[in-house]
Design a protein around this ligand. Structure first.
Ligand code: CO
Ligand code: ZN
Length: 333
């Protein structure tokens, strides 16, 4: 799982340009899938049909997003300096001093206009990317080009650090769950979605076509376990989180109960999640068509939307186990 995570996080997939990530996933899931298709928005839809008959068999959509936050070039000045806008939730405090890699392979460093307050991160429109150009015509990127943080994967014991663990960590968990499910009473759709970071767009359209009875997003969630962090219950290494609420959605109580009962039955650690900022694909699934029972299995993650996001390996393994347990047995509702 670690080497796949390294490969996935060292691949670039800014929102709207997830092709390279999708190619890797496609190869991994093919031997385990009954059907594989790519929809018009670019989401990869992998179906695993029911293998055992059961009364409470459901059509279940699982979603992990392939895209990552990044930037888009908005202007190149006469000296070849590149101005940019965010493509997803890019924060100034994490962008200062970063390196950006564009889809054409060009890399650049982020610089900034003179600082008004030395200890404050400037707004993104006071920053630029220096790609080594000296004028507009020798600048190797143009308006409309997409880029993302450049950063390599590393391991610090059980703590794994990389860019785009939001949501390649979820992608890996979903792939490993698909591989480990021996039999299922359910009609399962493993969906690797696009454009989550710009407003859960790919999950909404995929859910419309699948028309699931239950939807679960697998994504990262913030923690409250660092110095002076927000007062939140989630911690790294304490198990997968069962989402109860985030600002974008209220999980269906039946789904929450199902996830918690299953974790207790198979003796896996889990945490109850109330997230104070952000949302996931589950929001889009829940409000598609006439509404869907939805919830989320979240992976605790520090420094979300930085180039060095951090997760715990045990949490990843336990997330795979919980998902496998959930999908292998009939539901009680
Ligand atoms: Co995100
Ligand atoms: Zn995410």
């Amino acid at each position: 799982m670690k080497s796949l995570l390294k490969t996935l996080t060292e691949t670039y997939g800014p929102s709207g340009h997830e092709d390279a990530v999708r190619k890797i996933i496609q190869k991994e899931v093919k031997p385990y899938a009954d059907e594989v298709r790519v929809d018009a928005m670019g989401s990869l839809i992998v179906r695993k049909k029911p293998s055992v008959a059961a009364k409470n068999s459901k059509r279940i959509m699982l979603a992990a997003h392939m895209d990552e936050i990044g930037v888009i070039v908005s202007h190149v000045d006469k000296n070849g300096f590149v101005r940019f806008a965010s493509n997803g939730g890019v924060f100034g405090r994490y962008t200062l001093g970063a390196r950006i890699r564009f889809l054409n392979g060009v890399t650049g460093v982020v610089g900034f206009d003179k600082l008004e307050a030395v200890d404050q991160a400037p707004a993104l429109n006071k920053m630029y990317i220096d790609v080594g150009a000296t004028n507009r015509s020798n600048c190797p990127v143009k308006v409309g080009d997409f880029g993302a943080f450049e950063r390599s994967y590393m391991e610090m014991g059980n703590r794994l650090v990389a860019k785009s663990l939001d949501d390649r960590a979820g992608v890996v968990v979903l792939i490993e769950a698909l591989k480990s499910i021996k039999s299922t009473p359910h009609d399962l759709y493993f969906v690797f979605t696009t454009q989550e970071e710009v407003g859960v767009r790919g999950a909404g359209t995929a859910a419309y076509s699948i028309d699931p009875e239950i939807g679960i997003a697998i994504d990262v969630t913030g923690t409250g376990d660092t110095p002076a962090s927000l007062k939140m219950a989630m911690e790294l290494g304490k198990g997968p989180c069962v989402k109860v609420r985030d600002p974008g959605m209220l999980s269906d109580p039946r789904v929450v109960e199902w996830m918690i009962n299953t974790a207790e039955k198979v003796k896996l650690p889990y945490q109850r999640e109330v997230l104070l900022m952000g949302s996931t694909d589950a929001r889009a699934i829940q409000i598609t068509r006439a509404g869907v029972m939805a919830g989320a299995l979240s992976i605790p993650c520090r420094y979300i939307h930085s180039a060095s996001e951090m997760v715990d390996y045990e949490d990843l393994k336990n997330s795979v186990k919980l998902l496998t347990a959930l999908l292998s047995k009939p539901v009680s509702f």
